[in-house]
Design a protein around this ligand. Structure first.
Ligand code: NAD
Length: 663
């Protein structure tokens, strides 16, 4: 941690140097404030250029600071920015690579901003349930208009330097030497009246001709476009309030409003939950007690099985620039997979997300074949054939004989025993489970299943590969259903139990969606296929335990879900919209009566939530006790990234601890 300074012709260049991202932590801000005060007091200095070491400007605040109040005498970014604001001298921000959150707020307080090409600027606070809290919500609208500012801050996405220049967020782009460009600005503006503090500007709405109605219009529209406060939109509504303040209040009062809103958010349950998810993600790769090991390079991959999963996994590798060979004995499946690859990329090109050239390159990196010998050179082969232990064992025996000795073998099984598969190979140390989720090229979650004999090197390679594939990789021990599906079965069983007690599936789904789940349990049954649950139940009677009768019945009546037009719901031809079906309700009633289950018309919404989340929490607890999951946060990540649990509730284990106070 260091604040470097250098004087050139009356200009002090102040370089932020707090590796790795020049975070403006409490500690760093405390070091920075006196440096700015010294520049202010030095009569030989007429301008200050702020820039960053380590190839970037600043990634913003240190999130660890948010857990506590600054100690007495400690400074924060707000103090740094106040020093810039008060200064009588010209400030120029020389920006590079990363200018995020508090880093961007500091830049906005300067008089001029110049950035190197390739710089990314943004306010990601909303993703953590926060808003910019050091003047960003007041300065950005003053600079680029309320509407553009809202859009940028509500999404939390980055803007590249060119777009930022167009919007007026930057004064200039620099081809290379960004500090040189900043010094040139100082030289140029010296003669003119140089101070241009954003705080002194009026907020532009960005809408011409709406006159007095513009403010309420922009604000009211924005409030309508974000989720309700209680289901993930808490910070978004506060952000809109803060921007409204930038329009209606003068700068000091607007700033005070922003501080109040920020302080409320930093203490909110939803922000604490989102920050927990952020920190839990950073813990994922750490396996306590595992010997340190270097990951092996993966330059080429093989996939066995060109079905739904095999094709999705191939797309994932292609998107990460790793060529694959996909083998399947069925010419028909290969044809279907080829079509899926080309239609996926064609739609990306059509939507303007990819150039034709890039699409052709990615599509071309996936090769299909029917002969296993084509997998001989692969550094890793992922098996995605039918969910049958016999079929998988045959496939792995073949792969073991054909693949080079250094290659890792992996299974994408959802429920089967990794060790039993590893045992048919001569390389159990090089065997691992890689459980992708459907659609594999879209879903971010990846369960990395550690077998009894999986080596540290194989685990390190799998974890590194997960990152290369831009997945969120969670380590699980080898146990039925691993983490996610194991929990899903008990959750589904509880949902069925409620329906057997007479609660309509559509009500259960509605209540769970209101709780924040991306999808209700019954809609999920129909999407995944009731036949899939039935098959899993056959191999593992424990999975559905006492509730199997209704699943048997639906299976016998070929009510598999969306694919057969009826399951828990009914579907109009060609539609995926679940429609309540009296037939299902009658089936539940009949099976419940047979089992002697008494209808309970008085089940409350709160009970529905309590029982369904309770099922998740109870299994999660058992998975921790048996060491299947390493940390509560790992379980939360699985449920947030793989099963649609609301991130603003932090995942089931966080929810249990913080909202239900169960732990
Ligand atoms: P699928 O039926 O769509 O595809 C299986 C493919 O394997 C078919 O193309 C088939 O021709 C091929 N195949 C069969 N025997 C083969 C062999 N000996 N060699 C090479 N290919 C062979 O199935 P899927 O949904 O893609 O599932 C594949 C695996 O992924 C299963 O283990 C499943 O449990 C797991 N999985 C599925 C999902 C999902 O939601 N579909 C999610 C995660 C994991």
């Amino acid at each position: 941690m260091n604040v470097r300074t250098e004087d050139r012709d009356g200009v002090r260049i102040v370089t932020l140097d707090n590796p790795p991202i020049n975070a403006l932590s409490f500690a760093y801000s405390t070091a920075l404030v006196p440096v700015l005060a010294a520049a202010e007091a030095d009569a030989s200095i007429h301008a200050i250029v702020l820039t960053g070491a380590n190839g970037l400007f600043s990634g913003g605040a240190d999130l660890n600071d948010f857990a506590s109040e600054p100690a007495a005498g400690t400074k924060t970014i707000r103090d740094v920015i106040a020093a810039v604001e008060r200064s009588a001298k010209t400030y120029v921000a020389a920006l590079e690579k990363t200018v995020l959150g508090g880093g961007l707020e500091l830049a906005l307080a300067c008089d001029y901003r110049v950035a190197a090409a390739g710089t990314k600027l943004g306010f990601p606070e909303i993703k953590l349930g926060l808003i910019p809290g050091a003047g960003g919500t007041q300065r950005l609208p003053r600079l680029i208009g309320a509407q553009d500012a809202l859009q940028l801050m509500l999404k939390g996405d980055n803007l590249d330097a060119e777009a930022a220049r167009e919007k007026g967020l930057l004064d200039e782009l620099a081809a290379s030497d960004v500090v040189g460009a900043a010094l040139a600005i100082v030289a140029r503006v010296r003669a003119a009246a140089p101070k241009r503090r954003t705080s002194a500007r009026r907020t532009e709405l960005g809408i011409v001709g709406l006159g007095l109605f513009a403010t309420p219009f922009v604000v009211a529209q924005a409030h309508k476009l974000v989720p309700p406060e209680e289901t993930g939109g808490f910070a978004a509504h506060k952000l809109i309030d803060a921007v409204e303040a930038s329009i209606e209040l003068d700068f000091p009062r607007g700033l005070a409003r922003e501080y109040r809103l920020f302080d409320e958010l930093v203490r909110s349950a939803s922000s604490a939950a989102l920050r927990h998810v952020f920190f839990a993600e950073r813990e994922l790769g750490k396996i306590p007690g595992m010997a340190p090991a270097q990951p092996l390079p993966i330059a080429g991959a093989g996939i066995a099985g060109a079905g739904t999963m095999g094709t999705g996994i191939a797309l994932t590798f292609a998107n990460a620039g790793i060529p694959t060979v996909v083998i399947d004995p069925s010419a028909e499946q290969i044809e279907r997979a080829k079509q899926l690859v080309s239609s996926t990329y064609a739609s990306q090109v059509q939507r303007g997300r990819m150039t034709q050239e890039e699409a052709s390159k990615r599509g071309g990196s996936i090769r299909f074949a029917s002969d296993y010998a084509e997998l001989a050179a692969a550094d890793i082969v992922i098996e995605a054939v039918f969910e049958s232990m016999d079929v998988k064992k045959t496939v792995f025996a073949k792969l073991d004989a054909i693949c080079k000795p250094t290659a890792i073998l992996a299974s994408n099984t959802s429920t089967l025993d990794i060790d039993a598969m590893a045992a048919v190979t001569k390389r159990p140390g090089k065997f691992v489970g890689l459980h992708f989720f459907v659609p594999a090229n879209i879903m971010q979650l990846l369960e990395i299943v550690r077998g009894k004999e999986t080596s540290a090197e194989t685990m390190a390679t799998a974890i590194a590969l997960g990152k290369t594939l831009r997945k969120v990789g969670v380590v699980s021990a080898n146990a039925f259903g691993f983490i996610g599906n194991r929990m899903l079965f008990d959750y589904a069983r509880e949902a069925i139990g409620l329906a057997e007690e007479g609660v309509a599936p559509e009500r259960i789904d509605r209540v769970m969606k209101a709780f924040g789940m991306a999808m209700g349990p019954f809609a999920m049954f129909d999407l995944s296929g009731i036949d899939v649950f039935w098959h899993i139940g056959q191999g593992n009677p424990d999975a559905m335990r006492s509730r199997s009768a209704i699943v048997d019945r639906l299976y016998r009546e070929k009510r598999f879900g969306q694919k057969t037009g009826a399951g828990m719901y009914r579907y109009e031809k060609g539609s995926r919209e679940p429609l309540p079906d009296p037939v299902t309700i009658e089936l539940f009633r009949e099976e419940a009566a047979k089992a002697g289950i008494v209808p309970r018309p008085d089940v409350s919404d709160a009970e529905i939530v309590r029982r369904l989340t309770g099922a998740l929490i109870a299994v999660g607890d058992a998975l921790l006790k048996t060491g299947v999951a390493l940390r509560p946060g790992d379980i939360d990540i699985v449920y947030v990234y793989g099963y649609g649990f609301p991130p603003y509730r932090g995942g089931p284990m966080w929810y249990a601890e913080k909202e239900l106070a169960l732990v």
